[in-house]
Write a protein that binds this ligand. Structure first.
Ligand code: HEC
Length: 280
């Protein structure tokens, strides 16, 4: 071996070692940060009054009970699946088929249906403002979804798949989950197909198989997002992931989004509801 090639080989080996050390260091730094966030989350959760999402629950309750619309009634007569006005445990069984609308609906699209049909409210502005902007203090949908969800806290997610339309929604949701499209040719599975990955500091749950990842992720929306200082709902989560895929905007409460949520709920069956949870 000439001196030059020996030197080259040694230099390469040294680079490989420092390179690995750098990668390892970065991974450790990420782990530390992730642990920090986990600890912060735990501290907030240990103090039930530290979660700002609880203000949304209170605002949602007030809104639920307020007489509004052309019919001047409250939402207390709204059937969320367990009979008019019954909210305890209703969220745990959504999305489900509603005979009056002849449709499968998730919590948010059902509330819109009740606003229109029960209260006679013009829901266009409510849908338009459904995803609140930072610092705006929340939207009606965020308040109501938080309130309705919170009344299933501690219960297990129990998706309904007995009605043919519920099965149809599940199958459509499954197909959409694996459908690759958009300029990056991404599907949901591209980012949510393996456990233990992360984008920036956010853990990416493996949602392509039923089990613990999905059970932790799905029944914890709506969630208070520390990064956006507001509660975000499941409709927003779906719209935002489609945005990350650079896909065209999905409609609020559209059948496609309901189908995806139906599929995800089945993946997360048995997961405990904790709403609004606290997330990054
Ligand atoms: C380009 C990667 C990417 C794709 C593709 C993607 N997501 Fe996501 N998803 C994320 C990221 C990143 C987060 C974490 C949210 C954040 O902090 O911004 C996330 C979060 C989520 C969550 C909440 C997880 C939790 O822990 O609470 C759900 C549910 C979800 N995505 C579902 C979907 C579905 C359904 C699709 C397909 C329509 C999809 N995602 C496509 C990147 C992606």
């Amino acid at each position: 071996m000439t001196f030059r090639s020996l030197f080259g080989a040694l230099a390469m080996a040294a680079c490989a070692v420092t390179g690995h050390a750098l990668i390892a260091e970065r991974a450790l730094a990420q782990d530390d940060a992730a642990k920090g966030i986990e600890q912060y989350r735990k501290m907030m959760q240990d103090d039930p009054f530290a979660n700002p999402g609880l203000l949304y629950v209170d605002a949602g309750e007030a809104l639920w009970k307020e007489k509004r619309g052309t019919k001047n009634v409250s939402l207390e007569g709204c059937d969320m699946g367990k009979g008019p006005g019954v909210l305890e445990g209703a969220f745990a069984e959504l999305p489900r088929y509603f005979a009056d609308a002849d449709k499968v609906m998730d919590a948010e699209s059902r509330v819109i249906w009740c606003m229109e049909n029960l209260q006679g409210l013009d829901t266009k502005p409510i849908i338009k403002g459904a995803f609140s902007k930072r610092g705006k203090g929340g939207s009606e949908m965020e308040f109501l979804a938080s309130y309705i969800g919170s009344l299933s806290n501690g219960m297990k997610l129990k998706p309904q798949l007995s009605h043919p339309k519920e099965k149809q929604a599940y199958e459509l949701g499954e197909a959409l989950f694996y459908m690759r499209a958009g300029p990056h040719d991404f599907s949901c599975e591209t980012c949510h197909g393996v456990s233990g990955t992360r984008i920036r500091l956010q853990d990416l749950p493996d949602l392509h198989k039923a089990g613990v990842d999905a059970q932790k992720a799905i029944p914890t929306w709506p969630a208070y997002r520390v990064s956006t200082e507001s509660v975000k709902t499941m409709q927003h989560r779906m719209a935002d992931c489609y945005r990350q895929m650079r896909m065209p905007k999905v409609g609020f409460g559209s059948d496609a989004v309901t189908a995806l949520i139906t599929f995800l709920a089945k993946q997360a069956e048995g997961g405990e509801i904790n709403v609004p949870a606290l997330k990054r």
